[in-house]
Ligand binder design. Structure first.
Ligand code: SF4
Length: 248
């Protein structure tokens, strides 16, 4: 998808039929999201290194039918060969050569045909990295305009192999809460705002919230926001190739 790093500008996958109606889960009941600590490490590596994620999508195509713009980078060579050029436009504000694919009148990705991704083996990296469990991890929804993803997010249930994993999950949720509710504590223009941006930022910056409660006072929240911004910058430096302690 195009824009944020869960995949889309405001998401994809799309392997199997049948299509899911908005707000209706592809399969009823809880879904095992995996062990939280292991998931957290995997998603951070996926975000840092543009690796594929391993999501049990089953018949769910929610992210392919939720009005997301899908980003195609210059490195998405196979996808760019398969997607008709008439569906692609330059991605605003993105590095040169980056293209974006829109969606049809129903909000569906035009590459989704008969409930399946017609270019699945060659889908863009954005779709490969997308993982809707990031919302479940952050304790937030994808927004009222994405009910199918919201329904899936409510189904995910993480398991915990240790007290540390529970602490990490609490820290991710606290980070999302702070980023979403305390935008005014951040330097102007630096606070993520869209739900996907907030959830991804929480995963990147959660360490600033390990064992840390959100301060009551304005100055304390401003200093915490500064630490979040520094964590996000450090994560981006890691994306650029610098080694992050504890991850490899
Ligand atoms: S390219 Fe395929 S996986 Fe990506 S959004 Fe479109 S249908 Fe879904």
């Amino acid at each position: 998808m195009g824009g944020d790093e869960t995949g889309r500008t405001d998401g994809a996958r799309g392997a199997v039929t049948p299509p899911v109606q908005p707000g209706e889960p592809a399969t009823p009941g809880p879904l095992a999201a995996g062990e939280f600590g292991a998931w957290l490490r995997e998603i951070r590596l996926a975000l840092r290194d543009d690796r594929d994620t391993d999501v049990a999508c089953g018949s769910c195509t929610a992210c392919c039918t939720s009005s997301y713009f899908v980003t195609l980078r210059p490195t998405d060579v196979a996808a760019r060969r398969l997607v008709p050029t008439s569906l692609l436009v330059p991605a605003p504000g993105a590095p040169p050569g980056t293209l974006v694919m829109g969606y049809d009148a129903r909000g569906h990705c035009p590459m989704l045909r008969d409930g399946r991704c017609s270019i699945y083996a060659d889908r863009p990296q954005t779709c490969r990295t997308y993982d809707c469990r990031v919302y479940a991890a952050a304790g937030i929804g994808p927004g009222a305009d994405k009910p199918a993803i919201g329904a899936r997010v409510k189904q995910w249930e993480f398991a915990y192999a240790s007290a540390e994993a529970r602490r990490e999950h609490e820290a991710v949720k606290r980070a999302a809460q702070f980023i979403r509710n305390d935008a005014t504590s951040f330097p102007p223009g630096s606070a993520p705002s869209r739900p996907a941006e907030v959830a991804v930022a929480a995963v990147k910056a959660y360490e600033a919230f390990l064992g840390v409660e959100i301060p009551d006072d304005r100055e304390g929240r401003r200093r915490l926001a500064e630490r979040v911004v520094e964590r996000l910058r450090a994560f981006e430096r890691g994306r650029a190739g610098e080694v992050q302690a504890g991850e490899g």
